[in-house]
Design a protein around this ligand. Structure first.
Ligand code: GDP
Length: 292
């Protein structure tokens, strides 16, 4: 299920998260490692305010390992605690309680010094739809507690899930809206399947993805679809379109009169990209944001 984010929904989602923030010590900001900036809520700093925060880049199994390292470095340079995980297999997920506790270490040491017995760190997972919140909650819980699918308007009783001895996690995540105002962000989100295709034209999304792949991951693209020549001018739309047609031809996406069915070809390209068939790909690079 996909959410239609109207201003009223955003206000409601924000209020719900702010209510939950009162109950917790650490916010776990879940991002998609393939697009760590575009999968970020535009008002996150404002919403989380001074709450200690752990940035968790999920789906790192689908993202470029070199880029994962560079993004982590950037977040850490900005003063955030940040790790990369794969919630579907659970890889590195055990680091989450460890890192969450580290963020509160001073407070915990003060409590110990006063003779108090520190309670487990209380945490909340926040993130945009489809980033893997429910998958991660279930993985941390070691069982199925969070239903996948997003319903920001529905509130149910929330419960604490015990994660080892160190952490307690709210079983309902905070659901945040993605950025809408920037069209490039929209294409990146759609290319990974984070927002529904119907909002944008499937051929436009595939065109955007192809252009990026041709400039950043030409070898992978060429190998997957047996392409011969990289475009001479990446900014020439005809050259990108030629690649799309070439892929369509090779995959039998034909219409009457020998024309290529670009919609079908686009669907294939996007499906294969999302499934990792071209290898591990990251759709945005850290340096393009560093100057902001
Ligand atoms: P939510 O909307 O944020 O709760 O996202 P879900 O937990 O429902 O996950 C959305 C989709 O992403 C599901 O198909 C998951 O199987 C998939 N997914 C979640 N985490 C990962 C991950 O780390 N790696 C991969 N490859 N897929 C993931």
């Amino acid at each position: 299920m996909s959410i239609q984010w109207f201003p009223g929904h955003m206000t409601k989602a924000r209020r719900q998260i702010q209510e939950k923030l009162k109950l917790i010590d650490v916010a776990i900001e879940l991002l998609d490692a393939r697009l760590p900036m575009s999968s970020r809520n535009p008002m996150i700093n404002d919403i989380l305010h001074n709450k200690p925060r752990l940035i968790v880049m999920n789906k790192s199994d689908l993202a470029d390992p070199d880029m994962n390292a560079r993004w982590l470095k950037l977040f850490r340079c900005e003063g955030h605690a940040a790790i990369a995980v794969d919630a579907s297999t659970g890889s590195n997920v055990s680091q989450i309680p460890v890192e969450a506790r580290k963020l509160l270490e001073e407070k915990i040491q003060r409590q110990i010094a006063k003779g108090m017995k520190p309670r487990p760190v209380r945490a909340l997972i926040v993130g945009i739809p489809n980033v893997g919140k429910s998958t991660l909650i279930n993985k941390l819980a070691g069982r199925s507690v969070a239903a996948t699918g997003d319903r920001p308007g529905v509130t149910k009783g929330q419960q604490w899930i015990r994660v080892g001895t160190e952490m307690e996690l709210l079983d309902t995540p905070g659901i945040l809206w993605p950025k809408f105002e920037d069209q490039e962000v929209g294409y990146r989100l759609a290319a990974t399947g984070a927002i529904r295709e119907e909002i944008l034209n499937v051929e436009d999304i595939a065109f955007y993805a192809l252009k990026y792949l041709a400039s950043q991951y030409w070898d992978r693209l060429a190998e997957r679809y047996s392409l011969e020549q990289p475009p001479v001018d990446m900014d020439n739309p005809d050259e990108i379109l030629n690649i799309m047609e070439d892929i369509g031809r090779k995959r039998g996406c034909l219409m009457g009169g020998g024309r290529i069915d670009l919609e079908k070809a686009s669907g294939i390209i996007l499906r294969e990209l999302r499934a990792g068939k071209m290898g591990r790909i990251t759709l945005e690079e850290p340096y393009s944001f560093m100057v902001e």
